[in-house]
Ligand binder design. Sequence first.
Ligand code: PLP
Length: 329
Amino acid sequence: MALPRYAFFQGRVVPYSEAHVGVLTHGLNYGTGVFSGIRGYWNDDEQQPFVFRPEDHYKRFLESAQMLGMTLPLDARGLTGAMMDLVRQEGFREDCYVRSLAFYADETVGVRLHDLTPETAIVALPYGRYIDKEEGAHATISSWRRVDDNAIPARGKIVGSYVNSALAKTEAMRSGFDEAIVLNGDGHVAEGSAANFLLVRNGVVLTPPITDNILEGITRRTVIDLLRDELGIPVVERSIDRSEIYVADEAMFVGTGVQIVAITRVDHRPMGNGRIGPIAAALRKLYFDVVRGRRPEYRHWCAPVYTNAEETAGRNREEAQRAAAVAHP
Ligand SMILES: Cc1ncc(COP(=O)(O)O)c(C=O)c1O
């Protein structure tokens, strides 16, 4: 993977090679950090990328920080501004991914969350697919259980808890699957290793509630709205049993990284007819139109990187009106 050219680090944009931490850094030793992953989508017609729901991602980032008793100097708007400056400097003309990290930066020994100082770092890089088979993934029920709210809060993106995700992902891939479905301590379906989970049964979409030890995903919220409002499909948030997967018509992973992945087999059993189903196919099409800024109703979710599209549209309108006034005084 090519390294980024720049990083936002210690309050300003610096060359990536200058964004260093020491090996004793608290966040590195004890996992005392939080992070966020945001995608930017290139729009060829408008010749710029749109960053998807940055303020919502940073709100969750700040909530995750709050869970670790971490106070950051920037609010969601300030973080969005810093991130947009960085992405602009990288000069992307393709899809990209932004990784933001807040971690306890003290170089010290002693596991705790108090009397420590946080640091924020943001980097951005070109990015494509996270899972190759977006239209037909083979998943397995993991032997690992999802971290519990009373162990490491699952609703936040806490660095240390990603060992749980990594164990599940590697187990699944080494066994020949594309992704893991992780159950929570109660035995209900929680999510994928880094994605939320949706299932379709009898025309209804089911997804675990946020009290079932899932990450409070931004994509999950997005697709719930799109399914209900645009596709007219009912969505029910309730606990899901493992055996419901085996009798479902369709299933999906949704997340910033995976985007919308259709699960077409689980533990060698085909889902429905073993091919991407109609709801996953329709949702994928709609989702990619929305995230690339092609649906005006959802433009408020898409932050333009190089020009403020609203301002540009306003300027164009004014120019058109001036030209019309000159032509027809
Ligand atoms: C464990 C986990 N669940 C779910 C998601 C999906 O969250 P989001 O849609 O906010 O990216 C992620 C991150 O992508 C994740 O790491």
